[in-house]
Write a new protein. Sequence first.
Length: 256
Amino acid sequence: MRIFFNKHSVFKVFIGFFAFYNTFVYADFGFISDKDGFSNLREEATLSSQVIGKVENGEIVSCILEEETSNFCFVNISNGKVGYIYKNRINFFQKFNSVNLVKFMPNLAVYGNSNIVVSVSSKTLDKNKIMYEKKDSKYYIGNKYLWGTDNQMPTSDFLQLSKIKVEYGGKVIAILSNDLEEFLFTKDGLNGRNELADFKIYYKDGDIYIMNQFNSGGAGAYNLFFHIKDQKVVDKKVWLEEIWRFFLTGRFFKEK
């Protein structure tokens, strides 16, 4: 049985669910790990659903898990595709070492243990560097698109990432402002902490993974991911976290 609405009630229900989606779902990061070398991306959360793509092993995904559903994740992939993947085809960094937050200030978060220290810094947004491009109605710093504002002019309520420093194995690896300045997030957060405190960091042997979801739950939410291997940044990805597509699948309008 399905529940039907007219277009106005659908819009109201959608906005209500979107505003409070954390009540029903949560997001996490993982990478595809399938004995076949890839995993099927499906239109809906059933094995009989149409396959709309294939996701190669090692591809990082953001996974939204429904609390009452144990078999499938709704995934956002860095190439812009979305869909459902069988949960056990995703490795949520099992058998990796995680790094916890040990120090927080509004412009600095430090994660660490006896083996590794990762410091993430931010600074107040320099609005003088921002340019508006009329042809695509977007804001830029130089030629870099500004993430996290939902294509709106950012205000003084935003911070921008300025530096990530990793101390590991007697070496220091730094990701500097030129590679970070386009990534924005709001100064204020929950419980007196902004999203500098929400990084997920994992390491194993010579591999370090640093990731975060900024503006989580809002318009303009996005994921940022770095892979450091043998003291070098070998992968950097940023992509939208399109929560609204999850609700538009209609799964919340189906009778359980």
